[in-house]
Write a protein that binds this ligand. Structure first.
Ligand code: AMP
Ligand code: MG
Length: 398
């Protein structure tokens, strides 16, 4: 049987931060940070392009103002063909269109006069390159355009699109998938009225909420019976990064979970923890997946979640593992006798902690106002109001 602190170290040792995932780019990622260097895949512009509506010309023709050129063709934006401009010729061109072969400048429409199939260029001595954006002037293929660490702004979204990217790795906190499976022959769904010997599955909905509050993405696998089918259900549920089972982890004849996990190849790292409630708590790994078996009693499951599963989710998300221990004075006396360190439900305020009346591990109702637990040492405790105790706060990230 391990102490809580030792067991927690074992869990944390096996939990690894998830790597950044590729996300679709769009306005909802504004403000997030790019987790990769993005280079241009092609030159931009991909061809020499006209910056004006006008005429593509050979500047060597324009020795003085008033030269008349023969208009041989027209090129629109989006045109794939490239026409040729010969000596004494011009091609009608529009903004964004590719520059015809042999042309070396674009004379804007406002500086010309059309005369049938001729165009008179009203200006002479045009510098080569006028109104042309050369291929690759903005960015060249292979050039680093948006470095890792850049915050996504609308301009960055545009630049990423220019690099051919509709998705990119972002430093978004990853959300680990956490499967929740409640085991027990006696369990029925909340919508059912329990028949003789049955009880409602309260752990399932509670754990799904705890997973979400801890920043994980919960998957509900429902209820599994304590029978031969358990292995198949668990195998299916092992697809998530973390699997949380409740019930059936103790030493009873129908507590099948530990053996089934072993038979599936799950390596069990510990199976009991010196704590109350929640002693029969199991932790194992299956490749890089973490598997937790929590006791069926709801308060045991809740405490086990806070002490071991919440910090594992924190690590996978790249956060510092919680919950944080604090020291606060009791607002009321608290006494009890326990054979193990005990987590007693409590309301934790800014400068004091109030212990809640509590009947033990099956008393989920006692948790309703609770936002944490008082940690009581083993043995007999008789604490007066004002005495300082250790507490853990169990609020989540959402
Ligand atoms: P177990 O851990 O299977 O020995 O169960 C311990 C106690 O918790 C038993 O009284 C079970 O009926 C109860 N229990 C087990 N699973 C659940 C659950 N999902 N919801 C509520 N109570 C449960
Ligand atoms: Mg059981």
């Amino acid at each position: 049987m391990l102490d809580v602190a030792v067991a927690r170290e074992v869990v944390l040792r096996h939990a690894r931060p998830l790597s950044p995932r590729t996300e679709l780019l769009g306005p909802d990622v504004l403000g997030e940070t790019l987790a990769e260097d993005v280079t241009a895949d092609i030159d931009s512009p991909p061809f020499d392009k006209s910056m004006m509506d006008g005429y593509a010309v050979r500047t060597s023709d324009l020795i003085a103002p008033g030269i008349s050129l023969h208009v041989v063709d027209e090129v629109q934006a989006g045109a794939s063909h490239t026409s040729h401009v010969g000596i004494g010729e011009a091609v009608r061109i529009f903004t964004g269109a590719p520059i015809p072969i042999s042309a070396d400048a674009v004379v804007k429409q406002e500086d010309t006069t059309v005369n049938g199939s001729e165009v008179v260029i009203n200006k002479g001595l045009i510098p080569p390159g006028l109104n042309i954006m050369p291929r690759g002037q903005e960015m060249k293929a292979g050039q680093l355009v948006v470095p890792k660490g850049t915050i996504i702004t609308p301009y960055v979204l545009g630049a990423l699109a220019a690099c051919g990217r509709e998705s990119a790795k972002l430093n978004r906190l990853p959300v680990p998938r956490v499967g929740v499976l409640s085991t027990g022959n006696e369990l029925v769904r909340a919508c059912e009225v329990p028949k003789a010997g049955q009880i409602r599955n309260t752990n399932g909905p509670m754990l799904l909420g705890l997973v979400r509050r801890a920043g994980g993405y919960p998957f509900h696998h429902g209820i599994a019976a304590d029978d031969d089918g358990l292995g198949a259900v668990i195998t299916k549920a092992l697809s998530a990064e973390i699997l949380v089972l409740t019930g059936g982890v103790s030493v009873g004849k129908y507590d099948l979970v530990p053996e089934v996990l072993k038979s599936l190849g799950v390596e069990i790292h510990f199976h009991t923890v010196r704590m109350k409630p929640g002693k029969p708590l199991l932790f194992g790994t299956f490749r890089d997946k973490l598997v937790f078996g929590l006791p069926g009693n709801p308060v045991s499951a809740a405490v086990g979640f806070e002490l071991f599963i919440r910090p594992a989710i924190d690590i996978l998300c790249g956060r510092t593992p919680g919950p944080v221990e604090q020291r606060l004075p009791l607002s009321e006396p608290l006494s009890g006798k326990h054979d193990r360190p005990t987590y007693h439900p409590a309301v934790i305020g800014a400068d004091s902690v109030r212990p809640l009346p509590w009947l033990g591990s099956a008393d989920l109702r006692a948790l309703l106002p609770a936002n944490g637990y008082i940690l009581l040492p083993p043995g007999e405790v008789k604490l007066a109001a004002g005495e300082v105790v250790n507490v853990i706060v169990c609020e989540g990230v959402c």
